[in-house]
Design a protein around this ligand. Structure first.
Ligand code: MD3
Ligand code: FE
Length: 220
């Protein structure tokens, strides 16, 4: 990656509820999920008890360092044959756990605050980052409806989000994300390249030495 020479913009903590516009279609809602974070983490645990976190294999044969699971009507899945959404958890053989009402509600409220009304995601991909885990620069194009925004909820340890352009080679901005922050990416921002820098060592009172990220999508 060509990020090493770029400056790191450190942003002072922002008051809960502040809406930070990043670009047309993209905004950060600082602390938007803070009040219900404990409930969200309990639901993650419940989902993982049925569909455990696993390290998916990329089409190139590499195991992803971020562990993933899903809830909703479908789930994001990857193996040697490619990336896609599946109706069943290939590991358990069962359907994915249903999306908790509190998940759908927070995603809808965040989308509405960002200007996207009537958001009804059919999947929530849940990422689990251990210390040192990163998500390399990519673009999410496996969803059928690309007009719908993606809503992301950060929980646990902080991370630095990399936010690029519509082409992989464009320079990236760095956006710090902490526990309870919600980001909405829609419209012209939806197909931008993005990633997450390696998560730094730490201990979060609710999540331990981990970061969780919920990403809501309209996949079907
Ligand atoms: C910007 N997850 O699951 S979420 C992913 O923090 C993913 O776990 C990251 O990228 C994480 O695919 C970032 C925020 C996100 C999701 C989709 C985007 C940002 C986006 C699509 C376009 C632009
Ligand atoms: Fe992504």
């Amino acid at each position: 990656m060509r990020t090493a020479t770029l400056p790191l913009f450190e942003v002072a903590p922002v008051a809960t509820g502040a809406r930070e516009d990043l670009a047309p279609g993209a905004c950060v809602l600082r602390g938007f999920a803070l009040d219900i974070a404990t409930t969200l983490l309990a639901e993650v645990e419940r989902i993982a008890a049925r569909s455990p976190f696993r390290h998916l294999v990329t089409p190139g044969g590499k195991s992803m360092s971020v562990a993933m699971t899903n809830c909703g009507a479908v789930g994001w899945f990857s193996d040697r044959s490619g990336y896609r959404y599946t109706q069943r958890d290939r590991e358990s053989g069962a359907s994915w756990p249903s999306m908790p009402v509190v998940f759908a509600e927070i995603a809808r409220a965040a989308a509405s605050t960002a200007g996207f009304e009537d958001y009804a995601p059919d999947v929530c991909l849940i990422n689990r980052y251990e210390i040192g885990t990163r998500l390399t620069l990519h673009c999410d194009h496996d969803e059928r409806d690309r007009r719908a925004p993606i809503v992301s909820v950060s929980l646990g340890l902080p991370a630095t989000f990399l936010w690029g352009g519509l082409a992989r080679k464009e320079p990236q901005r760095r956006v710090p994300l902490t526990h309870g922050d919600v980001v909405v990416w829609g419209g012209p921002a939806r197909m931008r390249y993005h990633g997450v820098l390696p998560v730094k060592a730490g201990e979060h009172p609710l999540a331990g030495a981990r970061r969780f990220n919920l990403t809501f999508r309209v996949a079907r």
